[in-house]
Design a protein around this ligand. Structure first.
Ligand code: FCX
Length: 440
């Protein structure tokens, strides 16, 4: 199939049949258990959801529809003529269909998204009037997504009595339109907040054929290296299986048949927390503080170890390290490190990040609390952005959010395609636990 919608359509019946067989065969098997400690402990590692677009292995990291990050970098189509990073549109096809797309299939998604990218003028003007200095860019971002909700095809179709079996298609329509518009929204927020509302004229960005380049150019960056960085960034942050805060929030809210705009806005609100997506902002601040505290002293193991302990003694986490599921270096960190080794090996901030890669795991091991002392995706992204001049770290989580739409909304389409019901796990009280177990 040439169009994404037809490709998804062709997968739905076979997938439903597969789910049917799995449920017939294994429906009453126990998938995961939940101890009292897990119920109090953020449900860590309780297997209780099915999420098709990606799967996280604690040792190896994320796989998108079975493909590791290096495999995606190798197999997904690149920008013409000399791009080396995968196009986010190709990842979108992969996540939605499970297949590596052909060049022409990716081109069709690029064209489709390009045509959907125009944001209504009044929405942009509303954003222009927000108090930019007092509203965090993530707050502006969720406001924007909620404003765009009025265009939801899914909500309109529901109001007109659409059949349940057709929800997925309306959901996909909304997902594609929203994904296409997010770079424009992100750029508007960036230029409003940090560049005196001087916007890049649409004529300059309109001929950018892919989402990564369109994002780069509308933010105001002009180098092909930064285009490549945006493509890589949009691919790496897209999806991280179903249990992380943003993905789970999108699914949870979407399960009430709230449309993709409302569901995604919920995910963004979760992404804005410092233990999740906001960690990328926190990392850059922390790195700059480190540099300041070093005050010209060399970046030796000894000096950096002392500063890491200082962070811990002050009661803070070391941002960009640790993970709820991963138990090794995040491959999303490694992919960004490779980018840095190629394009900015001599950058001082990259060298600080590299040195901390040697130092922090030892400190965290010695502290003896963390289950995973290794760096995650957020440890690396800021120094790359900063190198190219995107220095406003308060904006970094917005970029994470633009990317996260690709994965979470693909998954949401499948939730509707498979007709998953409203989520409603059972909660209990501490008194209930006492009564229940004391009685035994
Ligand atoms: N620095 C200091 N202490 C840390 C730590 C870190 N980087 N990571 C975990 N710990 C602490 C926890 O705070 C917890 O302490 P407590 O028992 O006093 O409450 C203890 O170690 C055990 O936590 P652990 O089970 O290893 O980790 P969790 O699953 O609870 O939390 C996150 C995982 C990611 C939240 C945690 O490692 C953290 O706070 N990291 C720093 C923030 C960060 O980088 N977040 C981004 C993660 C991710 F990539 C993303 O979502 O974008």
């Amino acid at each position: 199939p040439q169009t994404l919608t037809e490709a998804v359509r062709s997968k739905i019946e076979p997938m439903k049949a597969q789910v049917h067989v799995v449920r017939e065969q294994f429906g009453e098997e126990v998938l995961g258990t939940c101890t009292v400690n897990q119920a109090y402990g953020g449900m860590r590692s309780v297997k209780s959801m099915v999420y098709e677009t990606s799967l996280l292995d604690p040792e190896e990291g994320i796989r998108f529809r079975g493909y590791s990050i290096p495999e995606c970098q190798k197999l997904l189509p690149k920008a013409k003529p000399a791009g080396e990073q995968p196009l986010p549109e190709g990842l979108l096809w992969l996540l939605l269909t499970g297949d590596i797309p052909t060049e022409s299939q990716v081109q069709s998604v690029c064209m489709d998204l390009k045509q959907r990218a125009t944001v209504p003028e009044d929405v942009l003007h509303f954003l222009d009037r927000l108090p930019h200095k007092r509203l965090h860019p993530m707050t502006q971002f969720t406001i924007a997504v909620n404003l765009l909700q009025r265009d939801s095809r899914m909500t309109e179709a529901y109001a007109h009595g659409a059949a349940k079996s057709a929800y997925w298609e309306h959901c996909l329509e909304d997902a594609l339109t929203l994904i296409a518009r997010l770079p424009v929204i992100a750029a508007r927020i960036y230029r409003n907040t940090f560049h005196g509302a001087k916007h890049i004229p649409l004529e300059t960005t309109a001929n950018a054929d892919d989402m990564g380049k369109r994002l780069a150019r509308s933010l105001g960056f002009e180098s092909t290296e930064f285009d490549e960085l945006m493509r890589l960034y949009l691919v790496l942050h897209a999806d991280h299986e179903g249990g992380n805060v943003s993905a789970h929030a999108v699914r949870l809210v979407g399960s009430a048949l709230s449309d993709p705009y409302l569901a995604f806005a919920a995910g963004l609100n979760g992404l804005a927390g410092p233990l999740h997506g906001l960690a990328n902002q926190e990392v850059l601040r922390w790195l700059l503080q480190m540099k300041e505290k070093l005050g010209g002293r060399p970046m030796t193991t000894e000096n950096l170890t002392e500063l890491c302990w200082q962070t811990l003694r002050e009661g803070h986490v070391i941002p960009g390290f640790g993970h709820a599921v991963l138990r090794r270096t995040d491959p999303r960190y490694t992919a960004q490190r490779e980018f840095a080794l190629k394009y900015l090996p001599h950058d001082e901030m990259f060298q600080l990040v590299s040195k901390l890669y040697e130092v922090v795991p030892q400190v965290l091991e010695e502290q003896g609390k963390v289950k995973n002392p290794w760096p995650n995706v957020d440890q690396h992204s800021g120094v790359l952005l900063r190198y190219y001049g995107l220095v406003e770290s308060n904006f970094y989580t917005v970029l994470f959010g633009v990317s996260r739409a690709i994965g979470t909304l693909s998954s949401l389409v499948w939730d509707r395609a498979l007709g998953l019901p409203i989520e409603r796990p059972k909660s209990v009280t501490t008194q209930w636990i006492r009564d229940h177990f004391e009685k035994r």
